[in-house]
Design a protein around this ligand. Sequence first.
Ligand SMILES: Cc1cc2nc3c(=O)[nH]c(=O)nc-3n(C[C@H](O)[C@H](O)[C@H](O)COP(=O)(O)OP(=O)(O)OC[C@H]3O[C@@H](n4cnc5c(N)ncnc54)[C@H](O)[C@@H]3O)c2cc1C
Length: 458
Amino acid sequence: MADHNFDVVILGGGSGGYAAALRSAQLGKSVALIEKDKLGGTCLHRGCIPTKALLHSAEVADVVKESAAYGIESAFGSINMPVVNKYRDGIIDRLYKGLSGLVASKAITLVQGEGRMVGPKTIQVNGDNYTGANLVLASGSYSRSLPGLEIGGRVLTSEHALQLDFVPGKVIVLGGGVIGVEFASIWKSFGAEVTIIEGLNHLVPNEDESISKGLERAFRKRGIDFKLGVRFSGVEQHANGVIVSLENGEKLEAEIMLVAVGRGPNTAGLGYEENGVAMDRGYVLTNERLQTSVPGVFAAGDIVPGLQLAHRGFQQGIFIAEEIAGLNPVAIDETGIPKVTYCEPEVASVGLSEAKAAEQYGAENISTYEYNLGGNGKSQILGTAGFIKLVRRNNGPVIGVHMIGSRVGEQIGEAQLIVNWEAYPEDVATLVHAHPTMNEAIGEAHLALAGKPLHAHA
Ligand SMILES: Cc1cc2nc3c(=O)[nH]c(=O)nc-3n(C[C@H](O)[C@H](O)[C@H](O)COP(=O)(O)OP(=O)(O)OC[C@H]3O[C@@H](n4cnc5c(N)ncnc54)[C@H](O)[C@@H]3O)c2cc1C
């Protein structure tokens, strides 16, 4: 057993942990980064990157199937899943090598092994103690299930779904949140029959209601079936498939069922609570400076209540490193964090929904505007439908941007600058947006909200 001392000891090498490590090293700190699996965590190996690679293959399949409408005669053959997976794994491998090289090039000691908190500033790994002047907890999350719903066989989580080397004929997706609708979209494009079951009244229920309804219209048009406001009651597995029962008595058959009901914090048995870290239902509680109840112990990423997104984890990791270094960084505003759902069509948003804005400021003190992509040349060229919805405070800044349409995720950059820099529609209306781009639709929406619509009827 050996004792090692560092300025910063980090438990977990995912988005939150490795960002904290890289920024701490830049700031001249000695860093130990403890990881039991692969550097990069969920996002790189089992989350953001693999799913987006599959979504790109799905887009290619759709392009081939629809090519005749654009005057290109082609014949759609089949989906070769092993090749799709090889393409996906190639991307992960390259990014993993890049990240490993980056970490190796800095003053970061990568400790391979399972860590556990054994003192207020100490993590034990393989019998050795790693003590930091500061500790960062970033142990990530796992796919949750429902009480009594066992994962296994034909009942899968997203981790298992990513390993499939075939396209299922018929799938039930339990959960209409981000992960559920992304897999539904992939499988539909690959040729599966898909039914989503969502207990709440809308798909992507965390989005502005008009966007949820827009996605429901688009999915209906794509032939993706969904049942809303209905609860799952059980699943039986047999040799060739599953029978899923709903609380309304309905029974649905499929080849497999994906359980996409959210992610829980990976904190059980890691010694956090025993060492005085205040927790709530498995999540690590922090103040806005990401400081836990134990002085000098910080937490980042999915274990901290809030949006479970990789870019939030990166930003929290950077914030913590700067806080430790005494740079007094600006606290992260959670409502300013952009969200993208990468199904087809994509959904992207930042800031407050209309309902939240009305709650916060009073319905009479806000205005909204929806710009239909029907008036946007590039959207017409690409054959996508959708809209951009703005929410502003009357005589005040834009406080929410909500978008639906193919590729709108790429527009979130400008939207988040507008919301986070508290721009007025009148400010954005003076900025020139290149023609013909989808981005132009953001400019047009602001022109309209500023009272001078161009290619819009109101
Ligand atoms: C299917 C799917 C798709 C997603 N798509 C997106 C997306 O498009 N965009 C987006 O922003 N987010 C997406 N996410 C969410 C994103 O992956 C997470 O928000 C992000 O990975 C959280 O980072 P983290 O550092 O908190 O945890 P993780 O990335 O989970 O990293 C935690 C790390 O800690 C390690 N660890 C845990 N316990 C120990 C221990 N005791 N000892 C040593 N190591 C340990 C783990 O091995 C892991 O590597 C997706 C997630 C999933 C599942």
